[in-house]
Design a protein around this ligand. Structure first.
Ligand code: ATP
Length: 264
């Protein structure tokens, strides 16, 4: 990890339907910086603005006020420069395209020559351990495998940043733990900066170097917990007292947020 800031969110507000009667203050006064190579999770109760913050970083939603810089440029410029890849809860693969053709799609859209994009897509499928399935179609794969294809696709343009919105949320527990470990392996080999939205405390602690705890109505940063457990993290990490202590620390912080919200 370096100390170079890759995402700088400065006093950002987001109000949906600002002038209407259904106005929602989704984000208020968000200040957050993320350094190159970090793995940062956004954690908080439903509706606290995790996805909105990720979407604002990705320039998929405009902020109402404040400033966002990604790699020292506007979020819009970063999106145009393909500085980040995105992964959502649903893999969002095209059913009529083979696995390989799904993974090479971003490069095809960018106008990269066929042979070059094919080689790159094959490399990404190797990275997610799905080389044997390049000619399969998405419907022939399990949910976890489809999500690995979606991660390969997001990485195919070699983005500096990976923005992930509950990517493992639809998977069963065993598959989820397996993909958490896979994700850390991929993170280690690509050195990509990751911003990861989750509802799961243990998932956030297992994966992250920092956990950002958000509170709802309006969405704010309620606290940041440093997770100083050493990498690589393994099955043994999950059963260690240090992991248990960190989970408890995050859980306590989250419960404080919920208690505050309920009394408002
Ligand atoms: N397009 C939209 N139009 C109006 N309101 C929206 C829109 N998107 C989100 N909101 C509102 O903004 C608030 C934050 O939503 P957001 O989806 O960012 O929360 P979240 O923390 O990701 O929730 P969850 O964990 O349930 O996915 C919610 O009150 C939601 O209703």
């Amino acid at each position: 990890m370096s100390n170079r800031v890759v995402i700088d969110v400065d006093n950002v507000d987001k109000v949906f339907d600002a002038s209407g009667k259904n106005s929602v203050a989704a984000l208020q006064g968000i200040d957050l910086t993320i350094d190159e190579g970090e793995f940062v999770s956004l954690l908080g109760p439903s509706g606290c603005g995790k996805s909105t913050l990720l979407r604002v970083m990705a320039d998929l939603t405009a902020s109402t006020s404040g400033r966002i810089e990604v790699n020292e440029k506007s979020a819009t410029q970063a999106r145009q420069d393909r500085d980040y890849g995105m992964v959502f809860q649903q893999p969002g693969l095209f059913e009529w395209r083979s696995v390989l053709r799904n993974v090479e799609l971003p490069l095809q859209v960018a106008g990269v020559a066929k042979e070059q994009r094919r080689q790159r897509a094959q490399k990404m499928l190797e990275l997610v351990h799905l080389s044997d399935f390049e000619r399969h179609f998405p419907w022939q794969l399990s949910g976890g495998m489809q999500q690995r294809v979606s991660i390969a696709r997001a990485l195919t343009s070699a983005p500096k940043i990976l923005l992930m919105d509950e990517p493992l949320g639809a998977l069963d527990e065993m598959n989820r733990e397996y993909l958490q470990s896979e994700l850390l392996r991929i993170w280690d080999s690509t050195k990509t900066t990751v911003v990861f939205v989750t509802h799961s405390i243990s998932e956030a602690v297992f994966l992250s170097s920092r956990v950002v705890i958000m509170s709802p109505r309006p969405g704010r940063v309620a606290g940041v917990v440093e997770v100083d457990l050493p990498y690589p993290r393994t099955a043994r990490t999950r059963t260690s007292p240090e992991f248990y202590d960190k989970v408890t620390e995050v859980r306590t912080a989250l419960h404080a947020v919920l208690a505050e919200t309920e009394t408002v």
